[in-house]
Design a binder for this molecule. Structure first.
Ligand SMILES: Nc1ncnc2c1ncn2[C@@H]1O[C@H](COP(=O)(O)OP(=O)(O)OP(=O)(O)O)[C@@H](O)[C@H]1O
Length: 131
């Protein structure tokens, strides 16, 4: 994928609407600090999570695109992958890969409780199995 420019990550808003069933209640995955998150299925059957950004974030168009570009270039096995973005007037959405079954919070909390609740010797065993 070419991620040299923000435009290469731009999704057609009407496609995002179709993918999320027009941001229907049934597609809503949760609510975060920036806005609601919806499940979407793109044309090719690829599952995504679409995050609405609050209108009052105070960000301009250029800042928004620069931030998207930066986030899209970050790739790490423990980071949810940003696939792109879409805008409609002054509104913006971010499109992430879909994480099935669990929220990131649950995943992080799970890792945390594993560390806290496992005796030291057990932790070494778990860790060597996990990594
Ligand atoms: N990539 C994803 N795949 C599946 N579900 C997701 C994804 N991203 C977010 N969600 C769901 O949407 C909810 C809100 O996510 P979001 O990242 O906006 O907020 P948060 O992490 O809960 O809080 P904050 O915005 O304060 O960081 C999550 O709890 C999760 O259930």
């Amino acid at each position: 994928m070419d991620i040299g420019t923000a435009e290469s990550l731009l999704y057609d808003f009407s496609k995002v609407q179709v993918a999320t069933n027009d941001f229907s209640k049934d597609n809503k995955l949760g609510q975060g600090g920036f806005g609601a998150v919806y499940k979407g299925v793109l044309e090719a059957g690829y599952q995504v999570a679409v995050k609405w950004l609050a209108k009052d974030s105070g960000q301009g168009d250029v800042e928004f695109k620069n931030e998207v570009l930066l986030l899209a270039k970050l790739q790490h096995r423990n980071l949810v992958r940003l696939l792109g973005f879409s805008t409609q007037g002054s509104e913006g959405v971010l499109i992430y890969e879909f994480l099935p079954n669990a929220s990131l919070d649950q995943f992080i909390f799970g890792m945390f409780s594993l560390v806290v609740n496992t005796p030291f010797e057990g932790f070494i065993m778990h860790s060597s199995n996990a990594f």
